[in-house]
Design a protein around this ligand. Sequence first.
Ligand SMILES: Nc1nc2c(ncn2[C@@H]2O[C@H](COP(=O)(O)OP(=O)(O)OP(=O)(O)O)[C@@H](O)[C@H]2O)c(=O)[nH]1
Ligand SMILES: Nc1nc2c(ncn2[C@@H]2O[C@H](COP(=O)(O)OP(=O)(O)OP(=O)(O)O)[C@@H](O)[C@H]2O)c(=O)[nH]1
Ligand SMILES: [Mg+2]
Ligand SMILES: [Mg+2]
Lengths: 295, 297
Amino acid sequence: SSLSKEDLEPVLQQFKTTLIGKNVAQNIAEKIVQSVGASVEGKRLESMKSVKSAVREALHDALTRLLTPKQSTEVLADIEKVNAIERRPFVIVVCGVNGVGKSTSLAKTCFYLQKHGKKVLIAACDTFRAGAVEQLKTHAACLNVELYHQGYGKDAATVAKEAVRRGTEIGVDVVLVDTAGRMQHNEPLMRALAKLVSVNQPDRIFFVGEALVGNDAVDQLSSFNKALMDFQKVPNPRLIDGIILTKFDTIDDKVGAAVSMVYTTGQPIVFVGVGQTYYDLRKVSTSVLVNALLR
Amino acid sequence: SLAGQMSETMRKLQGSDKLTEKNVESSVKEVRRALLDADVNLKVVNSLIKDVKARALGEKVLEGVKPGQQFIKIIYDELARIMGSEATPLARKDASAESPTVILLAGLQGAGKTTAAAKLALYCKSEAKPRRVLLCACDVYRPAAIEQLKTLGASIDTEVFAMGTDVEPERIAREAISYAKKNKFDTVIVDTAGRQVIDTKLMAELKRVKNSVTPDEILLVVDAMTGQEAANLTRAFNDAVGITGAILTKLDGDTRGGAALSVKQVSGRPIKFVGVGEKVEKLEPFYPERMASRILG
Ligand SMILES: Nc1nc2c(ncn2[C@@H]2O[C@H](COP(=O)(O)OP(=O)(O)OP(=O)(O)O)[C@@H](O)[C@H]2O)c(=O)[nH]1
Ligand SMILES: Nc1nc2c(ncn2[C@@H]2O[C@H](COP(=O)(O)OP(=O)(O)OP(=O)(O)O)[C@@H](O)[C@H]2O)c(=O)[nH]1
Ligand SMILES: [Mg+2]
Ligand SMILES: [Mg+2]
C-alpha cells in the first residue's frame, strides 16, 4: 500500500506536537513536518513497517540534514589562513539580545583558541551596561590575555577599530569583540551594531542565542540579519555567519531552539555553551540533538 | 415576528444557539495556535483549553455574537482571571516592625535579577511613602557581579552592602540585615547568583540564604522570552524554595510573553512587576488584563 494524505495527517500532527513540546518554534515545526509529509506521500509502505515509523525515519533524516553544517565550522583553519596570507588578526564579533551569554561565550572562545596556541586580544565593545568592562577585565586576568577597552560611553565601532589596530600592532592571531545586548527591534541599537560591523568588516559574526528561548528565536535571528542587511551602507553587507547556542545545560532535552535558529538563518551552530566555566564550550553533536528531539 | 421566528429556527438548526464542540472547533484551533506562538507551555495550553471547553460548551450563545467569537472571549476572560484580578503589591512590613522587609531575588542565569534589584530599589524609594532601601550583593560567583550592583546602586543613590566574593552568601545576607537595622533601612533587596534547579549545591545555598534572613518576598525573575522550559523551571524553584511572586523581564522586546501564564499557572503566585527596558526606571507593575491580550495576540 502507498502512504496517503489521510494516513499521514494524524501522524504528522503528532510529530508536530512533539517538536513544539521540545521548544521548536511553532511555524518551523509546522514547515518541517509538512515537508516530511510531502516527501513520503505516495511512497510504498515497507511490509511490517507502521506509518508512524516511516514518518519518524523521514523526520530523523530531515532534521539530521538541517542540523548538519554545510561546511566545516572549525574556525582554526580560517584563522591560520588569514594570519598567514593577509598578515592580520582574525576578527570575531559576538552579538545577540540581553543576557544570553555573549561575554561568557567570548571568554570561553578565548580559552579554546589559546588551548590551540592562538594569541588573542579581547575588545570591550559593550560600552554601556553596568559592570560590562569589569566583567571582561576579570576574565582577561584569569585567561592571562590583554583586554582592550576605553571604558564606558565611547562609540563601540570606534573602540573596535582601535582594538583591531592594537591587535595588529602586538601581532595577535585573533581579536574577539564583545558587544552590548540589544533587543532586535531597537532601531538605534541595531544601527549601532550594523555600523560596528561595516566599519570593522569582521571575519566572523557569531549570533549568541540561548537554548531557553521560545518562538522569539526566529524573530531575533531574522531581525538581526535584516538589520545588518538594511543598516550597513555597503554593497555586500556582512551577515551572521554562525550561532553560539548557550545554556544548553539548562533545558533538559528541550533542544528545539537549535532547530529554530538553524532553520531561520541557514547558518550552523558553531559552539554550544554547556555551563559557566571556560571548559563548558562544545561542538554540537547533530545525532545528540536529533535523538533528543524525537524521543 | 415571523422573521424573528425564522432566524431563531435557523439558529437552532445550525446549532448556533448553544456553544458546541463543532461551532467552536476553528476558534479552538486559533486559540491553541496563538497560545503556542506566545510560548505558553504545551501542557498548560492543553489543560486550559480542556477546562474552558468543559465549562463553556452548552452555554447559550449571546445575541449578535458568533459562537467562535464568544469562545475566544471566554478564553480571554479566563486568561485574565488566571493572571490575577488586579496588581499585587510588593511586601512591606509595618513602619513599627523590628526588622526590615526582606526581598530575595532568584532565577536562572541572565534573567535580569541584578538589574531588577536596582529597579525595585528605585521603585521602593519612589513610593508615596518612600522606603529606605539597602541593596545586598550575594552573587559571589559571576565576574564583577558586585561591581555591577554597586554601579547600579550609585546611579540611584542607593547603598549596596557587599562583603566581597570570599564570604558565604548566607552570611552576607545576615550581616546586611544587621547593618540595615543599625542604620534604619526599612527594606533590604538581596541579589543572588543565577542558578539552575538541577544544581544541588547552589539550590542548597539558596535555601541557606532564605533560612538565614526569612524573606518577606521571594521573587522568581523570569525572562519573558523563555520558551517551553518556563513551566518546569517555575515548578522546580517553587518546590525548592517556595516563591511568593515573580518579575517578568525584557517585555520591551516583541515576545508575547506566554511564560507569564506558565509561571502563574504552575506556581499559583502572582507576577508583581515587569521589566520593560534596560534602564533602572524601566519597571512597571504587572497588569493582568494587558498581559492576557498580549499573550492572545
Ligand atoms: N548555565 C549556563 N549559564 C551560562 C552559559 N553561558 C552563559 N551563562 C551565564 O549566563 C549569565 C549571562 O552571561 P553573560 O555572558 O553576562 O551574558 P551577555 O549576553 O554578555 O549579557 P549582556 O551583556 O548583559 O547582554 C551569566 O551568569 C553566565 O555565567 C551556559 O552555557 N550555561
Ligand atoms: N531590554 C531589557 N533588558 C533587560 C531587562 N532587564 C534586564 N535586562 C538586561 O539583561 C541583561 C542581563 O541582566 P542581569 O541583571 O545582569 O541578569 P542576571 O539575572 O543578574 O544575570 P546573572 O547574575 O548572570 O544570572 C543585561 O544586559 C540587562 O541590562 C529588561 O527589562 N529589558
Ligand atoms: Mg555581556
Ligand atoms: Mg546578576
